[in-house]
Design a protein around this ligand. Sequence first.
Ligand SMILES: Nc1ncnc2c1ncn2[C@@H]1O[C@H](COP(=O)(O)OP(=O)(O)OP(=O)(O)O)[C@@H](O)[C@H]1O
Length: 630
Amino acid sequence: MTAQTTEETFTFQAEVAQLLDLMAHSLYSNKEIFLRELISNASDAIDRLRFERFSHPELAEDGDDDPRIRVGYDRDAGTITISDNGIGMSRDEVIGNIGTIARSGTAEFLRNLSGDQRGDSALIGQFGVGFYSAFVVAERVVLTTRRAGAAAADGVRWSSDGRGEYTLESVERPERGTTIVLHLRDGEDELLNGHRLRTIVQRYSDHVSVPIVMPSEDADSTEETTVNQASALWARPKGELTEREYHDFYRHLSNDFTDPLAYVHAKVEGRYEYTLLLYVPSQAPYDLWVPQARRGMRLHVQRIFILEDSGQLMPAYLRFVRGVIDSSDLPLNVSREILQGSRAVDHIRSSAVKRVLRLLKDMAANEPEKYATFWRNFGAVLKEGIADDYANRDDIAELLRFTTTRSATQEADVSLRDYVGRMKEGQDKIYYLLAPTPAAASASPHLEVFREKGIEVLLLGEAVDNWVVTGLVQEFDGKRLQSVAQGVPDLGDLEDDAEKEAAEKAGTEFAPLLERLKAELDGQAHDVRVTTRLTTSPACIVGDEAITDLALAQRLRGSGLPNRPVLEINPRHPLIERLNRRQDDPRLADWAHVLFNQAVLTSGALVEDPAAFVGRLNDLLVALAADDTP
Ligand SMILES: Nc1ncnc2c1ncn2[C@@H]1O[C@H](COP(=O)(O)OP(=O)(O)OP(=O)(O)O)[C@@H](O)[C@H]1O
C-alpha cells in the first residue's frame, strides 16, 4: 500500500488567523512558554493513550510501551523538534484540532487580551490555545502524526507558516505519536542550545509525569538523558518537598503564573486510601464565571492520570480549587459514569471539601491579608456554597465577609461572627439591606433609623447575596436575618416605649392623609403607611412582604420595584407635616406622585415615567415660587 502524497491546502478559521497574528506579536516577551505548551500537549497525548488502552487493549500492540517525550534540536537546520509516542491524530483530528479552534473560549481570549504582554501570555495556557504558541518563535511548523492503532500509511503531515493557510499531506509513519518540527525565525538561534533548552524544560515542565529526554551534549554519544523529575510530586512524602516545589507544581498544573495563596497536601489511610494535593489560587482565572469552563481538579488512580474533573470531585462553589486527587480504591478503567455512583468518590469529595474549608478558615484566622485577597477574588463564588452545600453551611457562613454601615471602605471585611460580637444590647437580629449597587445601599433612606440608633447593617450588593439571605442563612448563631427594606421595621427591644407610642399616635393622626395618598397612588403603591424608620428623608419604598423573596431581589437589581411596593412616610418631616396640615391643597396629587417617585429613585430603582415626574416637580416649584413672591 502506498500513501497518497498529494498536498492539499486549507485556510485557517478566521479566529485562528487572528490568534496567530497576536501570538507572534504580543507574546514575545515570554516566548519560552512554547516549549511548555508543546510538552504539555505531548504529555496529554500519552495520558490519553494510556487511558484508551483500557477500553481498546489492542492499542497496546502498536509500538513500544515506554512513554516518552523527546526534545531535540539541529543547529544547522535551525530547528527544534518535540516528539511523543502518545495517541497521535488521524487526518480528521488534525483538521479539527489544529486548523480550527474547537473551544468557544477563543473569542473570549481575544476579548481578554489587555496589551500587557506578561498578562497576555499567562492567558495563553488558560485559554487552551497552546499549540499556536509555536509560532511565537517559529516561521514554519511541521507536524507529523499517526494515530495509535492506524496503519503506517495513515500518517499525516501538517505544515504552515501561520499566515492564514496550512497544507496537509498523507505520509508513511511507522511509529505512532506526533512529531513537531519548529523552523525557527531569524534571530532565535540562541534557542538552539542544549543547555538553554534543558533549563526551559526544567523550569516549566519538571513535574510532567512522563520522562522528557534530550540527546547527550557530547556529540559522539548517542545516549539520551531524562531531564525532568518525571515523578508524581503528590506521591512524595511531605517532609521531602519544599515550598518552591509545591509552587512549581501548582504552576504546571494550573498554567497560572502567580504563586498559589495556600495549599494542603494529605495522604489519607483508612477505609479509603487516597492522596489530596489542593491549591487555592491567588487570582481568579478568566473563566471563573463561564458555566462550561474547565475545572481544575485532576483524578489519578495509582498515579496514572484518569480524567479532569467535570463536577464529580469538587462542587461548583469551590471551582477555583486546583489540584490532584489520587485514589487507590478506584479501578483504572473508571469512567465519569462510574464516578457518579461511587462511594469512594463521594467520600473523597466530601473530605476534599472539608479540607479546603479548613484551609480557608485557618487562612482567615492567621493570615487575614491573604484571606482578604482570597475574598476579593473568590468570595462571590464561595457564597454559592450557602445554597449548594447544606452539610457545610455553618462552616461556609463563618467564612463570609460583608461590607456594613460601619465599613470605612467598600472592602468586604466584616464576618457574621464580628457582627454578632458587636450587636447592641437588646438586638436579636442581623439586619441587612439588599440593593442594586453599593452606592445605593450606603445612601439608602432605609438605613436612617439604624444609623441613628447605631445599629450595624450588612450592605449586600452582589447578585449571589439573594441566595445568602433567602432562607439559607436564615439564622446565624441563633440570630435571624432581617431585611431593613421590607415589612414594618422590627427593632424589637431597641425601640423604647415612648417611640412605640409616638408611632401609634402618628398612625391615627395621619390616617386621613394616608387614605388620600393611597387613593392618589392607586395602581402604583400597594399601600401607604407611617414609619419610624426614617429620620431625615420624607419617604421611602419598602417591600410589603416581611420575608425576602427572590423575585423581589431580582427586580430590585433590574429597573423595577418590589412586587408590592409600599410607600412609607416620615411623620416628623416638615414636608409631610405640611401635607397633613394642608390636606385641602389642590396640588395634593402632585405631592403624592413626587414623594412616591423620589422614594423610587432613592431605592435605586427607575421611575416609570420620568417626564411626568419632572413635570409635576416643576409645577410644584413654580407654585412655591409664586407663594414666595412679595
Ligand atoms: N502532541 C499531540 N498529540 C496528539 N494530539 C495533540 C497533540 N498536540 C495537540 N493535539 C491536539 O490538538 C488540540 C489542540 O491543542 P492546543 O494546545 O491548541 O489546545 P489544548 O491542548 O486543547 O489546550 P491546552 O493547551 O490549554 O491544554 C489538543 O486538544 C489535542 O487534541
